[in-house]
Design a protein around this ligand. Structure first.
Ligand code: FAD
Length: 422
């Protein structure tokens, strides 16, 4: 570091987006002894909160909004983070190093972290603007959706991904008549093996959910009022009656601010291992960012998960503070449906062998995905301690045979230990 830099005035880090990624980088910066101002802007009026329970315990009414809060106000006060909630950033002026807020105010920054997350993707079909068609991304969405969850009502869910299936589990338990429509030939098709998809389809059907796969939704028909949805129209001519609809077809990253500022974008704001964008003074983290080359996966990828958001926040905070950036780890994720806790590590696409440890006829097993003899991913259902070992197998790129992995008499820890002695 040059003398000039050491003498530099205390600098301001501005963070746009007060989700988990933004909150994490803000407080970590102070832990790294950042001396200057830290300003966190969030357009929602809530303290930064955790989104995963929105489709699980919070939707079910098992926990209140307080339980969603990621860090208490006191944590921001202690870290002297200036929390500007209900404050939307309208533009980034890179030349002047200023943010322009919706209110018309300008705020100067030295470093900027973009953590704007994403929004629920909409279906662009006739009737999409009718009342009672919902999406699920924020607390405000749950406040609209939850009052609809009354026994006997007909809910059609478009999308058999995690969010759709989690909502189906909550709704059918409440006594609703639930139909899930999935365009692919099976649910969770992009992320799991056919065996795991089949397990989830069976489980949902046994609980009373109707699952239709290979269905293209082409429109929504109005009910007798003409204003609200009455049926979902499918490509095969079928019309499925609905009192309300949830569209759960993924996320569109909020890249507009970055794009307007001229940063490099490719389905996300492109970042390097330090979370730096194409402008060295601007970083991007969480759902809005795409890894130019993920440090562990070694490929371009945008990940939508809390562990990824926090990992990128740690990298950004360390980089800004001039500390070593932690090494990337294998991505991981979880989903709760009924009493099934699914934990996934690694990415399974491109696998050439599958090993099932336990039975998919029960409710506790692990699917291991191998490529050329190396464990690349695992889906663990109700196996939390073996999941921890599975993360090690994947993270250390351990070679194992499908037969060993499937054999419950062979402990996973012994496979890790054996690899360590090779
Ligand atoms: P976000 O949480 O989206 O936060 C971004 C914030 O930025 C938002 O509050 C937004 O309003 C704000 N913002 C955007 N633009 C501006 C602007 N111009 N000015 C000011 N503020 C702005 N992940 C898991 O790992 N496990 C799960 O089980 C899981 N379940 C999920 C269930 C649901 C229903 C949803 C929606 C997501 C789930 N996820 C899960 C994904 C996980 O929640 C996200 O990966 C994570 O929230 C990403 O955090 P983030 O901070 O990048 O973005």
């Amino acid at each position: 570091m040059s003398d000039d830099k050491e003498m530099a005035p205390v600098s301001t880090v501005a963070i746009v987006g007060a989700g988990q990624a933004g909150a994490e980088v803000a407080t970590l910066l102070r832990q790294h002894r950042h001396q200057g101002r830290i300003i966190l802007f969030g357009e929602e009026s809530f303290l930064p909160y955790m989104r995963p329970p929105l489709s699980k315990a919070y939707l079910a009414g098992e926990i209140g909004a307080d339980a969603l809060i990621y860090k208490a106000q006191a944590a921001y006060d202690r870290a002297e983070v200036e929390l500007r909630l209900g404050s939307r950033v309208a533009a980034i002026d890179r030349g002047a190093k200023q943010l322009l807020l919706d209110s018309g105010e300008d705020v100067a920054f030295d470093k900027l972290v973009i953590a704007t997350g994403g929004r629920a993707r909409k279906l662009d079909v006739p009737g999409a603007g009718l009342r009672n068609i919902f999406h699920l991304r924020a607390i405000a969405d749950v406040e609209l959706l939850r009052p609809q969850l009354c026994a006997g009502r007909r809910l059609v869910i478009v999308g058999g991904g995690y969010v759709g299936l989690e909502v189906a589990a909550v709704a059918v338990k409440r006594g609703l008549k639930v139909t899930v429509l999935e365009g692919a030939p099976r649910v969770l098709a992009r992320v799991t093996a056919p065996e795991v998809s089949a397990f989830y389809e069976r489980f949902h059907r046994a609980a009373g959910v109707e699952i239709r796969t290979g269905v293209a939704v082409i429109g929504f028909a109005a009910d007798s009022s003409g204003a609200a949805v009455g049926a979902v129209q499918c490509g095969d001519g079928l019309e499925i009656p609905a009192d309300f609809v949830l569209v759960g077809i993924g996320l569109a990253p909020n890249t507009e601010l970055a794009e307007a500022a001229g940063l490099a974008i490719d389905g996300g704001i492109i970042v390097d291992a330090f979370s730096r964008t194409s402008d060295p003074d601007i970083l991007a983290i969480g759902d809005c960012a795409i890894h130019a080359e993920h440090g562990f996966l070694r490929r371009r990828i945008r990940l939508e998960s809390v562990p990824n958001a926090l990992e990128q926040a740690r990298a950004a905070a360390a980089f800004i503070a001039g500390k070593p950036v932690p090494a990337a780890v294998a991505p991981w994720f979880w989903s709760d449906q009924y009493d099934l806790k699914l934990q996934m590590a690694g990415l399974s696409d491109g696998y050439d062998e599958l090993a099932i440890r336990g039975s998919t006829n029960g409710s506790s097993f692990i699917a291991f995905y191998l490529r050329e003899g190396t464990v690349i991913a695992a889906d663990a259902i109700n196996r939390p301690s073996e999941f921890m070992a599975s993360k090690r197998l994947i993270g250390d790129r351990i070679k194992a045979s499908a037969a060993e992995l499937a054999d419950e008499a062979v402990s996973l820890k012994s496979l890790i230990a054996a690899a360590a002695t090779v």
